[in-house]
Design a protein around this ligand. Structure first.
Ligand code: SF4
Length: 252
């Protein structure tokens, strides 16, 4: 069984494939909490929950009642067929952390199904969970946006950094790139050193940095500092187009 939080057809708002028409499947559950991002979401019972900008897909205790339990490939295929997609549309598997299901047979068959329809499948992952590329060869044909968490997430180093997983994904996947969430204050307090340490694990893949922000106002607050940082370091600036345009994460 896997938990599906939402699905929607939009454009990719972040990273290397920004602007690409994409069907998103957001799965429920994560191996982290990232309370350091300080976004808040109100649960159905009125509880203010702190976490990342997708806390509603992370915190099962407060939001799990809205998650859909998926038990068969037919259910996922039905959702897929409810959209009329061009073949060039990407399928984005996100969360939460979608790779908590990496070894789940249903999840693996879904990727196979999507690739069989001719779509590029891309993952948005925190890069801390290792993938068995030999056992499940479908992953070799996937793209991984490695959004490795920095200390501004509030998670301990040992939990957020898994060098073996990063190296493995960079070496075995069709494409992979780093995508860091950066904010003005952490740039002052030395987050650059952290990024340097992480990219050493996969020096050949590109580095994208995007401003922290679950709202348009927050994004605007951090953007310029991140642009200047990218200019100094030669990293690629990525906006968060969906937040910039629609001022939210859900369903866009
Ligand atoms: S790893 Fe990603 S989805 Fe999970 S809590 Fe952190 S930011 Fe949210």
């Amino acid at each position: 069984m896997i938990y599906l939080v939402e699905h929607f057809y939009s454009i990719q708002g972040e990273g290397k494939y920004l602007g690409t028409p994409s069907l998103f499947f957001r799965f429920g559950g994560c191996n982290m909490k990232c309370e350091g991002f300080g976004c808040t979401e109100t649960s159905a019972l009125g509880v203010q929950v702190v976490g990342c900008d997708t806390v509603y897909a992370v915190d099962k205790k407060h939001f799990g009642s809205t998650w859909q339990e998926i038990d068969s490939l037919d259910e996922l295929a039905k959702i897929y067929h409810s959209y009329t997609l061009p073949i060039k549309a990407d399928i984005v598997l996100t969360g939460g952390e979608p790779l908590i299901y990496a070894d789940n047979g249903l999840f693996v068959s879904f990727i196979e199904f999507l690739q069989g329809k001719g779509h590029r499948v891309t993952f948005e992952t925190n890069g801390a969970i290792n993938v068995d590329f030999e056992k499940h060869r479908v992953y070799q044909r996937c793209v991984f946006a490695l959004s490795v968490k920095l200390s501004n997430s509030g998670e301990p180093f040992s939990k957020r950094i898994n060098p073996e997983a990063i190296q493995n994904i960079a070496a075995c996947a069709q494409d992979a790139f780093f995508k860091f969430t950066v904010d003005k204050d952490s740039l002052i307090s030395g987050i650059n050193e952290e990024i340097k340490e992480i990219i050493k694990f996969a020096p050949s893949i590109s580095v994208y940095c995007m401003p922290k922000g679950g709202s348009k106002a927050e994004l605007e607050y951090h953007s310029e500092a991140v642009i200047e940082y990218c200019k100094r370091k030669g990293y690629v600036y990525s906006d968060r187009l969906h937040i910039r345009l629609w001022d939210q994460n859900k369903g866009v």
